[in-house]
Design a protein around this ligand. Structure first.
Ligand code: FES
Length: 355
């Protein structure tokens, strides 16, 4: 009990002491100092002063290029450039490219083909001479032959010499280097050359043009003239305009009764000069019995001039006549052209009147 009272006294004393301290007092202060402290304790504490000062944000950390990164980058870059340098040039050399001109198929227009038996024509882009042999010439079946211009002896370019006379006749391939002499068909007749002129593969196109494969060369032999390729349509292409229809008679199909319908008939110029075609008349085909030849109303040629190797057409206007249902009409359209082989041309045309 006594102890409890002692603690209470000490607690009261402590509280008084704390209040005294809060009031700013201390044991060593003068009275004036204590008054000043109490006056200061009574003043309100000032708040934060408003300000416009900008506050800097922390910058992101910078990534630094380290010496290790720099050295490694230099090493790999140098290695990559070395590899490209080593394989780039051989790769570029071996890379396949589209070959044009000599070494590849070369197209030769029909108009450049010489006439049968005429002087050879030089096809410079293919490094060849184009020869057109007549049937029986040098034992040939007749046709075109592509002779490689390179002399089999030492490789000089062999010209065609139309005025050069040898063994009593003019016109030979004569090598200027050592005098090897060849016939128009490429056969060696004189000189140090080991063989006749080499030949190239020739293909004849439907329009009379040629494709000479200058990458496909066959060594010359005694059979050179036999390698001539028949021209068929192209054989006549080199000697003026040529009128050609793909097939005859031409069937125009069925025509409705009471109506005029247009049909077109295509033709080709297989010659080497412009072709002109003119319609003279049309009527019943005299070779076809029981036909009236009365269904054609008009025939028009377009264009007026067809270039060498080009195509034109006949516009035919036909009418189905009443009272002739189911009948067939056979017409003969007579043409004139500047084709010297057939200046008058009778074109047979047929069609049916619808039922
Ligand atoms: S190169 Fe032609 S004869 Fe010698």
């Amino acid at each position: 009990m006594v102890e409890k009272k002692r603690r209470q006294r000490e607690g009261e004393g402590s509280g008084a002491s704390s209040a005294w301290h809060l009031a700013g007092g201390s044991a060593g202060q003068t009275a004036a100092e204590r008054r000043a402290a109490r006056a200061g304790a009574a003043q309100p504490t000032p708040g934060p002063v408003p300000t416009d000062t900008l506050v800097a944000k922390p910058a992101a950390p910078r990534r630094l290029l380290t010496r290790r990164t720099f050295v490694l980058g230099g090493f790999w870059s140098g290695l990559a450039m070395s590899v490209v340098g080593m394989i780039g040039a051989p790769l570029d050399f071996m890379w396949p490219r589209k070959v044009k001109g000599f070494g590849a198929p070369v197209s030769v227009s029909a108009r450049r083909i010489p006439k049968p038996g005429a002087d050879p024509v030089r096809i410079a882009e293919g490094r060849l001479w184009l020869v057109n042999l007549e049937p029986g010439q040098e034992g040939s079946p007749g046709g075109v032959l592509a002779l490689y211009q390179k002399c089999p002896h030492l490789g000089c370019t062999v010209p065609w010499r139309p005025e050069f006379e040898f063994a009593g006749s003019k016109g030979w391939f004569r090598c200027p280097c050592h005098g090897s002499t060849y016939t128009k068909g490429g056969i060696l007749v004189f000189g140090p050359s080991p063989r006749p002129l080499d030949t190239m593969k020739v293909e004849v196109q439907a329009n009379g043009d040629l494709i000479v494969n200058t990458g496909q060369i066959t060594l010359g032999g005694a059979d050179d003239p036999l390698r001539a390729v028949a021209l068929e349509g192209a054989a006549v292409a080199a000697s003026g305009p040529r009128l050609h229809f793909e097939r005859e008679p031409i069937d125009l199909g069925s025509v409705a009764i009471g109506r005029t319908e247009e049909r077109t008939i295509e033709f080709h110029n297989r010659g080497n000069e412009p072709l002109t075609v003119k319609v003279v008349r049309w009527g019943a085909d005299p070779d076809a019995p029981a036909t009236c030849g009365c269904g054609v109303e008009d025939v028009v040629v377009e264009p007026e001039v067809v270039e060498a190797g080009g195509r034109g057409m006949l516009r035919v206007f036909v009418k189905g006549l009443e009272g002739m249902e189911g009948m067939e009409d056979n017409m003969l359209v007579e043409l004139e052209s500047n084709d010297p082989t057939s200046p008058q041309y009778g074109l047979k045309v047929q069609f049916r009147m619808a039922s």
